[in-house]
Design a protein around this ligand. Structure first.
Ligand code: TXA
Ligand code: MG
Length: 299
């Protein structure tokens, strides 16, 4: 399986790869034909930059011109893991990857097959989530196959253990900025920086260059109704209702499968019953961000 993946990547093809967050649609970063195929396959606009995946810190260093100390500490602490760092790029990085911006998003995934694959081809892989533009990210091989009607080779690495996309972090005017919340929380990041004696603020900010902030991103094909403290009651048999657990790790793992399950059942809507007290917990920020983008109605 992995040899076939290597062969396809070395033949300018794009393939789906497993990571601990969601499946990615991957191409070698030094292969312009394959990089272009990522955009056409996903129907993704060229102005939306790709993140790249490495198998070692050295491989990452080889792609950047400079690495701020605070972001170095975060890489050492959280890699391999669900953290993407926005760093100043060097000339190795094709402008197609960064949509001509001077920074590049990099992460080291925590999935043995992904790491083995990247080591074997000895080249970082550019990989956005393996879904059509604005749609729900796939968290298992079957969902990728359905997303692209069986036209994409999938390196099957089982169910993703995290289930939502990585936390994206950069540095702006001396502050740490979280562009996209994920399972590594603001508090997790603050603790590491304080322990390492950095006096640096951590803030949330939607990335100006990232369409992930579009209101209709991560949107399933059926309406999602977000109901706080049982404000909306199920009134129709054809509605699907979900009461998520109180453990954010479990909810993140099943979130996108729930969306797809409701789509496949042709439910009239998916009603998600949430407890409003969760809004104050940093560990829920990634999930609440995805729900906010996926929802059609909120009560
Ligand atoms: O967990 C993940 O991050 C998954 C897995 C496959 O690694 N990947 C993923 O890629 O979610 P994608 O392309 O679906 O989301 C990455 C986001 C996009 O919204 C993109 O605009 C933003 O990262 N991004 C990429 N490069 C950037 C940069 N230089 N500055 C700011 N945002 C950037
Ligand atoms: Mg995506």
């Amino acid at each position: 399986m992995i040899d076939k993946a290597v062969e396809k990547l070395n033949n300018s093809e794009v393939i789906a790869i497993p990571t601990e967050t969601v499946y990615g649609l991957a191409a070698r970063i030094d292969d312009e034909i394959a990089l272009n195929k990522i955009f056409t396959t996903k129907q993704r606009p060229f102005f939306n930059p790709l993140i790249i995946h490495v198998a070692s810190l050295d491989m990452a260093r080889d792609c950047v011109s400079h690495w701020p100390d605070a972001l170095q500490v975060l890489a050492q602490t959280f890699w391999p893991g669900p953290l993407t760092l926005i760093l100043p790029k060097n000339d190795k990085i094709n402008p197609i990857i960064t949509a001509s911006h001077e920074t590049v998003g990099i992460r080291m995934p925590n999935h043995p097959l992904a790491i083995e694959l990247i080591k074997k081809i000895d080249c970082p892989l550019a990989a956005p989530s393996a879904n059509k533009f604005k749609k729900v990210s796939p968290t298992n091989a079957k969902d990728v196959i359905n997303e692209f009607n069986g036209n994409i080779f999938v390196l099957d690495g089982g169910q993703c253990s995290i289930g939502i996309e990585s936390t994206i972090v950069g540095i702006e005017d001396g502050n740490i900025v979280i562009y996209r919340p994920g399972s590594i929380s603001k508090t997790d990041i603050e603790h590491v920086l304080i322990n390492e004696k950095f006096t640096i603020d951590v803030k949330y900010k939607e990335s100006p260059i990232s369409p992930g902030h579009l209101k209709d991103h991560y949107q399933p094909n059926i309406p999602i109704i977000l109901s706080w403290d049982m404000a909306y009651a199920k009134i129709n048999e054809d509605d699907m209702e979900w009461f998520p657990s109180d453990d954010p790790a479990i909810v993140a793992r099943v979130l996108y499968s729930k969306f797809r399950e409701a789509e496949n059942l042709n439910a009239r809507s998916l009603i998600i019953q949430m407890d409003s007290r969760l809004k104050s917990f940093p560990s829920w920020a990634g999930i609440l961000n995805r729900l906010d983008k996926a929802k059609s109605y909120e009560y």
